[in-house]
Design a protein around this ligand. Structure first.
Ligand code: ZN
Length: 286
């Protein structure tokens, strides 16, 4: 008897070419300076449809304001619309009140656009870290079912290197939340966690290595969490003027991303975060 293969989780942080968190960059100042986003969304929907894959789109409130019809089309194609906050501010640079206001504002905008409940949240640039870990409790209070903001790695911008690497209920101030945490995938090599399944890591590592790491997760019975940005599949999109290191992180390997993703969608099953959580807790959405 063969078992049903593990469904992996396909996620898109749905933002514009100027939504990045580097010092001296103000995304709000670049709003309205042109956008390929509608065409990028069409391309992602076509890729998913061709593979029979469902995805979670973590959409910025500001993007939903600028392109409500595109967001509705994504939802109408059967994908999950979740929240990426309003304007891509780093959560750990917000006070608790600013964080709550930002997340509540984006949730309201997205729910008004789609007419459906928003159940998931992912902070810009994985900005739930040890210092603001308790912000997870605020997400539960705002009615979210899950958070997907934690990256169990150490980098200059983000990461909780010793965070649990499997889907779990986080403990905040001694209390186990009903909120699920869906951390982004890491692969452990020589005693250290490395990202592999999205963004720079996805563009940097060879496709065969990414496949190996996904299979390793699936053999443990766990889904891999793949994350990409619409701009990463569109080498012709406008670019930010960045210093060399940041430009490498932001733009390295763009030309190969779409083919790499198509190959993965061909080899592995993918679904949305909420559909996977429903297999763990059938009462979700009831
Ligand atoms: Zn983002």
């Amino acid at each position: 008897m063969t078992e049903e293969p593990v469904a992996n989780l396909l996620t898109f942080d749905t933002e514009e070419w100027y939504h990045a968190n580097y010092d001296g960059l103000d995304p709000a100042a670049l709003r309205g300076r042109g956008s390929n986003f509608p065409a990028q969304a069409d391309a992602l929907l076509a890729l998913c449809a061709a593979a029979g894959a469902k995805a979670t789109f973590f959409v910025l409130g500001a993007v939903a304001e600028d392109h409500p019809g595109v967001v509705r089309a994504i939802a109408a194609a059967g994908h999950e619309i979740a929240s990426h906050g309003y304007g891509h501010a780093l959560a750990y640079r917000q006070t608790p009140a600013e964080f709550t206001a930002d997340v509540a504002k984006a949730k309201t905008i997205l729910e008004d656009v789609t007419g459906a409940a928003v159940r998931g949240y992912r902070a810009p640039s994985w900005s739930i870290v040890a210092a603001n870990y308790h912000y997870l409790a605020a997400l539960e209070e705002l009615g979210f079912v899950y958070d997907a903001s934690i990256f169990p790695v150490r980098t200059f911008l983000y990461g909780i290197p010793d965070a649990p690497t499997s889907i779990h209920h986080p403990v905040v101030d001694g209390r186990t939340l009903a909120l699920w945490e869906v951390p982004t995938s890491v692969v452990s090599l020589v005693g250290r966690n490395f990202g592999y399944s999205g963004g720079f890591y996805f563009r940097f590592f060879p496709g065969l290595f990414i496949e190996y790491a996904i299979k390793r997760a699936n053999r443990r019975g766990e889904p891999a969490v793949v994350y990409l940005h619409p701009r990463e599949l569109d080498p012709g999109e406008r670019r930010l003027a960045l210093p060399a290191k940041e430009a490498f992180i932001h733009y390295h390997g763009l030309g190969g991303t779409k083919a790499k993703l198509a190959a993965l969608l061909d080899k592995f099953r993918f679904t949305s975060v909420i559909d996977h959580l429903k297999t763990l807790d059938p009462t979700i959405g009831k």
